[in-house]
Design a protein around this ligand. Structure first.
Ligand SMILES: Nc1nc2c(ncn2[C@@H]2O[C@H](COP(=O)(O)OP(=O)(O)OP(=O)(O)O)[C@@H](O)[C@H]2O)c(=O)[nH]1
Ligand SMILES: [Mg+2]
Length: 303
């Protein structure tokens, strides 16, 4: 629900970018204090831009979580994801560029090239510091990173345990211009409940299935209605091949049951409502490499 924006103060957009799996969505969720953007141990979990809005008094920061920038594997879905990520750095007031500990890959280099061409300040975040064992190597590494471009700040952080997240937020606030708030002060996202529900199902699929199949799957919400104080949600899981359908369903439906159970619990938390969730699995071959199929599934071109 979009509310009238009335407050004055400061407000601006903050893009969160980085290669896959560095912790962008985990950071957004930590900042918001709730799970809005899905996360998993697998790369390429986030597929769409998603706004997370945080209002602190007269300051409103509109964070844009993005898909990880990665080398295209040639499929239309990957092109879509990279476009969604790289376009996010245009028209923002500040960029948070996240890297994973003391690793620098070709994909980090691609991200660097993208942010270098933006005109706004870039804060570099070295995430997952809780997993750095050789702490004495961190300072020289930060020094090395500082030579890659003129970063506004470099912040070691742990999105998981929250170390330095508040400090990062304060630094971000310093770059937000004076402006009326673009969103209502209690609005947390631009995305619909249907979108968030589909994402939660996809998250459980990412977490329950092996390495290949999640990338061949998308989720569509067929029904989302309230009846007698209960949200009735039906989700269609689309796979590319019949063999994948069998795997998603599992032995006597066991895997689908776990996916449905876990997704329902998260939905009840997010929507603060009792949820009845029905899941269906269907084969729609070629959806991930077909521009028209992608558009009809909500992978729409950005303005
Ligand atoms: N130990 C540790 N793990 C983290 C931290 N931040 C994120 N993770 C883990 O890293 C994995 C990836 O996190 P995500 O937030 O999904 O990463 P992402 O950058 O959004 O990934 P994509 O959406 O695929 O681009 C998850 O298993 C997280 O729990 C951190 O600070 N410390
Ligand atoms: Mg993500």
């Amino acid at each position: 629900m979009i509310e009238q924006a009335v407050s004055e103060g400061r407000c601006g957009y903050v893009a969160i970018v980085g290669r896959p799996n560095v912790g962008k969505s985990t950071l957004l969720n930590h900042i918001l204090g709730q799970k809005l953007s899905i996360t998993s141990r697998k790369p390429q979990t986030t597929r769409h831009q998603i706004l997370g809005i945080k209002t602190d008094g007269d300051v409103q920061a509109v964070y844009v979580d993005t898909p990880g920038i990665h080398k295209n594997d040639g499929r239309a879905i990957n092109r879509y994801m990279n476009r969604a990520a790289t376009s996010s750095v245009k028209d923002v007031d500040v960029i948070i560029f996240i890297v994973d500990r003391m690793v620098w890959t070709d994909e980090d280099e691609m991200v660097l090239e993208t942010v270098r061409h933006s005109r706004c300040p870039v804060i570099l975040v070295v995430n997952k510091t809780d997993r750095i064992t050789e702490k004495d190597k961190l300072i020289p590494w930060l020094d090395e990173l500082s030579r890659k471009m003129d970063f506004a700040h470099i912040v070691p952080m742990s999105a998981k345990n929250g170390h330095n997240v508040e400090r990062l937020e304060r630094l971000v606030h310093g770059f937000l211009p004076e402006s009326i708030h673009f969103y209502g002060d209690d609005q947390i996202t631009d995305r619909s409940s249907r979108f968030l529900a589909a994402e939660l199902v996809r998250e459980k699929i990412m977490r329950q299935l092996g390495d290949e199949i999640p990338y061949q799957i998308t989720v569509e919400i067929e029904e989302f209605k309230e009846d007698g104080g209960v949200l009735h949600i039906s989700a269609l899981i689309l796979v590319e091949r019949p063999g994948q359908k069998r795997i998603v369903i599992g032995d006597k439906g066991s895997r689908l049951k776990v996916i449905g159970h876990d997704a329902r619990l998260d939905m009840e938390k997010l929507f603060d409502n009792k949820v009845m969730l029905n899941l269906w699995v269907k084969v729609r071959s070629g959806w991930s490499d077909d521009e028209r199929a992608l558009a009809s599934l909500g992978y729409t071109e950005l303005p």
